[in-house]
Write a protein that binds this ligand. Structure first.
Ligand SMILES: C[S@@+](CC[C@H](N)C(=O)[O-])C[C@H]1O[C@@H](n2cnc3c(N)ncnc32)[C@H](O)[C@@H]1O
Ligand code: SF4
Length: 451
C-alpha cells in the first residue's frame, strides 16, 4: 500500500483531533471552575518563580474570511479604547491577590490584532501591565502583528515598551489566494514591516503561513515560500487551513470548490517543508520551523520545547496568566478561562469580579496524560521512564493506550521499556497518536482535521 493510502486508512484525512495546545482542551472546560478558583490560584503563586502574561486583543479592522480566531471587526477605535480600560480594571483586580515580589518573565500580546492599538494605547496597556508585574532581567515581550495594520509609530511604541519578538501573519502571497480568503497583503508592505521591526530591534521574527487555502497549487506555494524566505524570518509556522464554518461563520464566504483536496493539502505541506529544510531551517514539532541558533530550535535540540496556547514555545515559566476576553490561564491546579464573549467579560470585570468563567482542575492523571501528549507533540517521543519517575505507579495507566497504539500503528512507532517513539514515517499521524492518551475527548465536539 502506498504510504499516503496507509495514512488515509489510519484516519489522517478524516480524524478530527485537537492540536493539543493544552490538555485537556478548552471544550472540556466547565463552569464548575471560576473566579473563586482563580483568586485562590493567584494567591498561591510562588513569588520566586516568574510568570508569563498573555493579553488578548479581540479586534481587527478587517475580518479575513479564512480566519477562525475569535475577533470582532471595528472601523473605529472607541470599542478598542473602552476594552483597554477594562483590561486595566482587570489588572487592578488581580494585583492585590499576587504575592509580593512576583515577577513577569514573558509577555505576549495576541488576538485578533494587537497592532490595531495606536501608540498612545500601546503605552497605556504596557505601563498598566508593568505596574502590576515587574519584569525579570531577561524579560521577553512578543507581539502578533498584521503587517497591513501597523506603521513605524506603532512599532516604535512597542519597541519602547521592550518588544523583542514579533510574529507576522502572511498566510500566502499569491494574489488569487489572497483575494479568495479576503486578505490582501502585498509583498512590499510585508517587507517594509519586517524592515521596520528589525530596525526597531526585534531579534526573533516568526511568520505564519497556511497550506490548504483556496486556489493553492504547488507552484503558488513554492513561490510564496520563496518570497517568505527573502524576508529572512527566524521561525515559521505552517498551519493546515482549518475550515470550520460551523464555528467561524465568515468562512462561509470561502468557495469550498476551490479548496485543495486531502492529498493536495498533504503534498503542499510536504513541499513547503522541503523548501524550508533546503533553506537550512530545522523542523520543530508538527508545524514549525526554526533557524539553527533561534530559541525555539535550541529548545527543541535540548529537550526544552513546550506546547502552550500560542503553539510551540521555549517559555519555561510554569504559570501563564491570561487577561482579556477568552484568555486562558494555566496554574499549578489547572486551567481557567476568562468569559469567552467580550460583552460577558466586560460585564464581569466592570462588576468588580475576576473574569475566570470556566476551567478544569487537573488531577494527577490529567497532569501525566497532558505531559505524555506534550512529549509526543514536541519530541515525537514519550519518555516512559521519565513519567514513571515522576508519576510512579500511575504511569502504568498508560499501558493499555500504548498497546492500542502498537496494534494500530505498527511499524510507524517503536515501543520499549524506556520510551514510545513515533518514527519519522509516522509523524504526520502525531495528533492522532497523541489523541490515544486523551481521556477527556468530549462527545460531539468537532475539532479541525488532523492533516
Ligand atoms: C490570531 S491570528 C493573528 C494574526 C494577525 N491578526 C494577522 O492577521 O496577521 C494568528 C494566526 O492564526 C492562523 N489562523 C487563523 N485562522 C486559521 C485557520 N482557519 N486555519 C489555520 N490557521 C489559521 C493564521 O496563520 C494567523 O496568522
Ligand atoms: S487573520 Fe488576523 S486580521 Fe485577519 S481576521 Fe484573523 S486575527 Fe483578524
Amino acid at each position: 500500500m502506498k504510504q499516503i493510502d496507509r495514512f488515509q486508512a489510519l484516519g489522517l484525512f478524516d480524524s478530527r483531533v485537537p492540536r493539543y495546545t493544552s490538555y485537556p482542551t478548552a471544550p472540556v472546560f466547565t463552569a464548575a471552575v471560576g473566579d473563586a478558583d482563580q483568586a485562590h490560584e493567584l494567591q498561591a503563586l510562588d513569588p520566586d518563580v516568574p510568570v508569563s502574561v498573555y493579553l488578548h486583543i479581540p479586534f481587527c479592522e478587517r475580518l479575513c474570511w479564512f480566519c477562525a480566531c475569535r475577533t470582532q471587526g471595528t472601523q473605529t477605535l472607541s470599542p478598542v479604547e473602552s476594552y483597554i480600560g477594562t483590561l486595566e480594571q482587570e489588572l487592578k483586580l488581580v494585583a492585590p491577590l499576587l504575592p509580593k515580589g512576583l515577577r513577569m518573565g514573558r509577555m505576549h500580546w495576541g488576538g485578533g490584532t494587537p497592532t490595531i492599538l495606536p501608540p498612545v494605547l500601546i503605552h497605556r496597556l504596557a505601563q498598566a501591565v508593568k505596574a502590576v508585574f515587574p519584569q525579570t532581567a531577561d524579560w521577553e515581550f512578543s507581539v502578533e502583528i498584521d503587517p497591513t495594520m501597523v506603521d513605524c509609530d506603532k512599532i516604535a511604541a512597542l519597541a519602547e515598551e521592550g518588544m523583542n519578538r514579533a510574529s507576522i501573519g502572511i498566510q500566502d502571497f499569491d494574489p488569487l489566494v489572497q483575494q479568495s480568503i479576503g486578505r490582501e497583503q502585498p509583498y512590499d508592505v510585508t517587507m517594509a514591516c519586517v524592515e521596520d521591526l528589525r530596525a526597531a530591534g526585534v531579534s526573533s521574527l516568526n511568520a505564519d503561513l497556511v497550506y490548504g487555502l483556496p486556489h493553492q497549487t504547488p507552484e503558488r506555494m513554492a513561490d510564496t515560500v520563496e518570497k517568505v524566505l527573502t524576508l529572512d524570518p527566524d521561525r515559521l509556522a505552517l498551519f493546515g487551513y482549518a475550515h470550520v464554518p460551523w464555528v467561524s461563520k465568515r468562512q462561509k464566504l470561502i468557495n469550498e470548490k476551490t479548496l485543495p483536496d486531502d492529498r493536495a493539502r498533504y503534498y503542499l505541506a510536504g513541499l513547503a517543508a522541503e523548501q524550508f529544510h533546503a533553506a537550512g531551517f530545522a523542523a520543530i514539532g508538527i508545524d514549525h520551523f526554526a533557524k539553527p541558533g533561534d530559541g525555539l530550535e535550541a529548545a527543541a535540540r535540548t529537550g526544552h520545547l513546550r506546547r502552550n496556547f500560542q503553539g510551540y514555545t521555549d517559555d519555561s515559566c510554569p504559570t501563564l496568566i491570561g487577561f482579556g476576553a477568552s484568555s486562558i490561564s494555566r496554574f499549578a491546579g489547572g486551567y481557567i478561562q476568562n468569559a469567552p464573549a467580550t460583552p460577558a467579560y466586560v460585564q464581569r470585570v466592570e462588576g468588580g469580579h475576576l473574569a475566570g468563567a470556566r476551567g478544569h482542575v487537573m488531577s494527577e492523571e490529567d497532569l501525566m496524560r497532558g505531559r505524555a501528549i506534550e512529549m509526543l507533540m514536541c519530541e515525537f517521543r514519550l519518555n516512559r521512564a521519565g513519567l514513571k519517575q515522576r508519576f510512579g505507579t500511575l504511569a502504568a495507566t498508560l499501558d493499555a493506550d500504548l498497546a492500542q497504539i502498537i496494534a494500530g500503528f505498527g511499524d510507524l512507532v517503536q515501543l520499549d521499556e524506556g520510551a514510545l517513539e513515533i518514527l519519522p514515517d509516522g509523524r504526520p499521524l502525531t495528533r492522532i497518536i497523541a489523541s490515544c492518551f486523551d481521556a477527556h475527548a468530549p462527545e460531539g465536539v468537532r475539532y479541525s482535521r488532523a492533516s
